[in-house]
Design a protein around this ligand. Structure first.
Ligand code: ZN
Length: 161
């Protein structure tokens, strides 16, 4: 594996400046809550976690409620359909950063049964027709592996306006 790729060398004040990218291989333990969420995605199910104190369902799930700081453990399956709360359209491609080729959109989607929105990609969409409140449905990868991008993107539902 190549750890450093030097793209450009610049000289400034007698010093050479190397512009490059450092790649760092790593292993990340997702933790108990994210692991259960990702296992759900691998099975094409989307799980949230309920806070009984606040009576809200967090998606993606968190170990601790962001409102009352309670420890959370009550899992609930939510819908794969939801409402676009906000979005932004990306007009440039950056393969190292973005999983889709531009133009595409990132959105925050509040799934039915959830009280918080999840950030994700919006695909199969007329980007000029996107609007807040639009109904979207998750499109899963053909072979989910157990990560956030097991949902390829959310697409507008038929007849969504
Ligand atoms: Zn709470």
């Amino acid at each position: 594996m190549q750890n450093e790729t030097v793209f450009e060398v610049e000289e400034r004040g007698g010093l050479l400046l190397h512009q490059g990218v450092i790649r760092v291989p790593y292993t990340w333990a997702a933790g108990a809550v994210a692991s259960k969420f990702y296992v759900g995605l691998r099975n094409r199910k989307i799980y949230g976690i309920r806070c009984r104190m606040c009576n809200i369902v967090l998606v993606p799930p968190k170990k601790t409620c962001h409102q009352c700081f309670s420890d959370l453990s009550e899992w609930v399956e939510v819908s794969d359909e939801g409402t676009l709360q906000t979005f932004t359209v990306v007009h440039y491609s950056e393969p190292e950063l973005h999983p889709m080729k531009a133009p595409f959109a990132y959105g925050i989607i509040k799934l039915d049964g959830a009280d918080t929105g999840m950030t994700h990609l919006v695909g199969e969409a007329d980007l000029k027709a996107l609007r807040e409140g639009m109904r979207l449905k998750a499109v899963f990868e053909e072979k989910p592996k157990g990560n956030y991008l097991d949902i390829k993107y959310f697409k507008p539902m038929k007849g969504a306006r």
